[in-house]
Design a protein around this ligand. Structure first.
Ligand SMILES: [Zn+2]
Length: 601
């Protein structure tokens, strides 16, 4: 039997390895006082309702008051949620978390008038107001609200649609309930020969098993369950797609995709370029798959052979202190100013390092405009954790630059650009490790780590994006989205992506039925575009291309002061064009070639 690891209690963790939240509030009593103050201001904010359109001065005052409320709300919210995450079994902080969550909902409800009131100001009047120098600060903020004004219906119609919001969510709620609790999975055998109950989480581990029988059984049994419910799952997905198409249509959009992307001010050409470029480079995925087959020594490569690691654990181990030193060496290419913020984060207890009983799993970078960027880790001494550290530090330094260069109104950044900062750091680390590590086993591990990340992010997410767009278009044309129809297309799509070296497993045609992201309305493509942009940027920076670093730092400082596409254009990546992806594929090919050579020895 596996030994059960005894985790330390929160109180037993050495202080130096915990984050210092007194930088937010000195004491819990200070938090409680501020919480009450924010609560009181929330009650008063409704007095602003109905005033925004009255004059330039009242528009300025109203927006300023609302933003100030959000700014202070975020600070209390972050304190409570970080306290709760460090030990989720602590009743006091569970209570804080519940309090701030309901306060956040109350604030959102109370200021829901903001967008509709701005949209209701006649265009000529608004232009007049915006000439007032005081409002200059809010030009882009207001423009991002009014940008899609042509698609906003009269207040009565919008109210009718908003009131049906819960009903429109039925398809995704049903999927989520079915997928997370009602589906019952059978018992399978794990790596240690133990019987375990299959779940989506357990599947994620078993599909990576180096024991082929284990991953095959997990794969087949998981899809047996989804297969039993394929018609129900087709109905929930079809319902979701119909909702997207309906809401887009009544708002006079040409398509659901046009609406989804317009909400984030992303031109559709970004999406089409991604799909086109990935399709033009599928031969690289086929080559990678062939390498996999050779290395695993298999006559036939099945879909369940795609996730098992090609190389064993890297013979690289880092204590947290060593990892920090290594991360600083790798990130030095980002210049002394960037590095000074890394040092600040590493040396001032901004990071909660080790695992303890009740601590939230995984890793993240968090914080708010008025707090330092904090990082939650669950440290283990290996190279994957070194990658996690540079990834989260990428988010943290991005936050630091944004918050110190932008006013609160632009002091966050859109999702579309968020993962670019963290993934650029990961790619810089890869480049650094490949420059400094000579042991072929270590190099093979690092190359494979990169190639697997690329496969899972660029190829796989684009495959999803292609499927997502196809079913929306099919539904818009009146095609019933049955399980058979979707499976038929998915099977062909999958065969096209992975190529002739992978067997056409009958199970995989049902993959669409278990992907929660298909209920997120054109979300997945951003993973692929983000990884592509990060590959391009890190390549430019590590090659010392003139001005590349300056432009990159400009992106980190931009926050949401411009639309995401413009921010990235200023950083040197035009995501409406194919070049950044061509460059990313060239890097993939170089590293694939090196791994092919290394492993043929
Ligand atoms: Zn991230």
């Amino acid at each position: 039997m596996a030994k059960i690891k005894q985790l330390p209690k929160r109180s037993e963790v050495p202080e130096a390895l915990t984050w210092d939240l007194t930088k937010i509030f000195k004491t819990d009593a200070d938090f409680e006082a501020e919480f009450k103050a924010v609560q009181a201001r929330n009650a008063q904010i409704t007095a602003v309702a109905g005033t925004l359109g009255q004059s330039a001065a009242s528009l300025y005052t109203g927006i300023t008051k609302i933003l100030a409320l959000f700014q202070d709300l975020e600070k209390v919210y972050v304190y409570a949620s970080l306290k709760n995450d460090q030990d989720t079994q602590n009743a006091k902080y569970q209570g804080y978390q519940a309090q701030v969550t309901s306060l956040a909902t109350a604030v959102s409800t109370n200021v829901a008038f903001l967008d509709p009131e701005i949209l209701a100001i006649p265009e000529a009047t608004l232009t007049q107001y915006l000439a007032d120098p005081k409002l200059k600060l809010y030009h882009h903020f207001i423009a991002s609200i009014t940008a899609n004004k042509a698609h906003v219906l009269d207040p009565k119609s919008e109210a009718l649609i908003a009131a049906a919001g819960d009903a429109f969510n039925t398809a995704s709620t049903t999927f989520s309930v079915l997928n997370n609790s009602d589906l019952k999975f059978p018992v399978v055998t794990d790596d240690q020969g133990q019987e375990v109950r299959l779940s989506n989480g357990v599947y994620g581990t078993l599909i990576e098993s180096s024991n082929r029988a284990v991953r095959k059984e997990a794969f087949e049994k998981l899809y047996q369950v989804y297969g039993q419910f394929k018609n129900t799952l087709a109905a929930t997905l079809a319902g979701e797609v119909k909702t997207h198409n309906y809401i887009a249509k009544v708002h006079h959009y040409d398509s659901a995709r046009q609406r989804a992307l317009a909400n984030n001010h992303i031109p559709e050409v970004v999406y089409d370029t991604l799909v086109q470029e990935v399709n033009a480079h599928l031969d690289l995925l086929h080559r990678y798959v062939a390498l996999r087959q050779r290395l695993l020594g298999l006559d036939t490569l099945h879909m369940y052979d795609l996730y098992t690691p090609l190389t064993g654990q890297a013979p690289l181990s880092y204590t947290f202190a060593q990892a920090k030193a290594e991360a600083k060496k790798a990130l030095a290419v980002l210049g002394p100013d960037y590095l000074s913020h890394v040092t600040e984060i590493f040396d001032n207890r901004y990071i909660d390092v080790v695992e303890n009983a009740g601590k939230r799993s995984g890793a993240y970078s968090g914080g708010s405009y008025d707090t330092p960027p904090y990082e939650l880790l669950n440290w283990q001494d290996n190279v994957n954790n070194l990658y996690t550290l540079v990834h989260e530090t990428g988010h943290s330094v991005h936050s630091w630059y944004t918050r110190h260069n932008q006013p609160y109104v632009y002091g966050d950044y859109p999702i579309f650009v968020a993962e670019i900062a963290s993934t650029t750091n990961e790619n810089i680390l890869t480049e650094y490790l490949l420059k400094t590590q000579t042991d072929p086993i270590v190099r093979a591990y690092i190359l494979n780590y990169y190639l697997d990340g690329f496969k899972g992010t660029i190829f796989r997410q684009t495959q999803f994006a292609e499927f997502e767009h196809f079913i929306h278009e099919a539904d818009a044309k009146g095609q019933p989205l049955t399980a058979e129809f979707m499976s038929d297309y998915y099977g062909k799509l999958n065969a096209r992506y992975y190529g002739p070296n992978v067997a056409n497993d009958p199970e995989i045609v049902l993959e669409w039925s278990r992907i929660p992201h298909f209920y997120m309305n054109y979300y997945v493509y951003q993973y692929a575009t983000g990884f592509g942009a990060a590959s391009f940027l890190s390549d430019q920076i590590t090659k010392n291309v003139p001005k590349a670093l300056d432009k990159y730092l400009t992106y980190l400082k931009s926050g949401s002061s411009k639309y995401a596409i413009e921010t990235m254009q200023a950083a040197g990546v035009d995501m409406t064009k194919a070049d950044y992806l061509t460059d990313a594929f060239a890097i993939f090919e170089t590293r694939l070639t090196e791994l092919e050579k290394l492993l043929s020895k």
